[in-house]
Design a protein around this ligand. Structure first.
Ligand code: SF4
Length: 227
């Protein structure tokens, strides 16, 4: 599998924020979000081909009881099935972080689905050459429903402006999502931006009865790799 990084940290986002976890970050993505915070897995995918057995050994050595399989888009990795079943055989709780555009048979305890809203489309990046493809792929309602039916899930929306929450609401309604499983997270990698957005986003979460997610790893360590 093409792996960008494996590291031991705290889950920074979503309903398991704060939980010590080993992160296995696959490289390669079918989308190109304009604000992607891991461009080394999407816009310029980097990494090494590592056999599943070596990945499992590295995960096991951390001693973590929780594994986060993230990306990039881990659901397009050819060995995602063997990897997740191997993690399960090690007794780890498995979170998969996905944009929800692809279904694959996996072992998973929390499917962390982050459907990409219109704010993600890269009209202004790289001459806009990925915008049409991204726009065509970013929302796959049938796949989202299938993932939500197959697994315990959270729907984690990345919010850059208050009106993004209306778009998230329309999608959550169409998917008949459990409001307790809807999570809004501010977009950004600068502490000042996150702080400013968190203030109004918290009010939106209160009004709608949704969960607010911090970006704990950014708060603690800044926007760097391996945390
Ligand atoms: S889906 Fe995730 S990894 Fe892919 S471009 Fe968007 S933010 Fe980056």
């Amino acid at each position: 599998m093409k792996i960008a990084e494996i590291f031991h940290s705290l889950q920074g986002e979503g309903i398991l924020a704060g939980v010590p976890s080993v992160f296995i970050r696959t490289s390669g993505c079918n989308l190109r979000c304009v604000w992607c915070d891991t461009p080394y897995t999407s816009w310029q995918p980097e990494g090494a081909d590592i056999p599943v057995g070596e990945i499992l050994e590295a995960a096991s050595l951390t001693g973590a009881r929780n594994a986060v399989v993230t990306g990039g888009e881990p659901m397009i990795a050819p060995d995602i099935g063997p990897l997740t079943h191997g993690l399960r055989s090690l007794g780890l709780h498995i979170t998969i972080e996905t944009a929800g555009t692809v279904f694959a048979p996996v072992a998973c305890d929390l499917m962390s689905i982050s459907p990409k809203l219109a704010n993600s489309t890269p009209h202004t990046r790289d001459g806009g050459r990925f915008a049409a493809q991204h726009e065509r792929l970013r929302l796959q309602p049938d796949t989202l429903r299938r993932l939500m039916r197959a697994h315990d899930y959270q729907l984690k929306f990345v919010i850059a402006a208050p009106e993004d929450a209306d778009e998230a609401a329309d999608l959550a309604r169409a998917l008949e999502a459990d409001p307790a499983r809807v999570v809004l997270m501010p977009e950004g990698v600068e502490p000042g931006t996150l702080r400013e957005r968190a203030v109004w986003l918290a009010e939106i979460c209160k009004q709608r009865g949704w969960r607010f997610s911090p970006r704990l790893h950014i708060d603690l360590w800044g926007n760097c790799r391996g945390v």
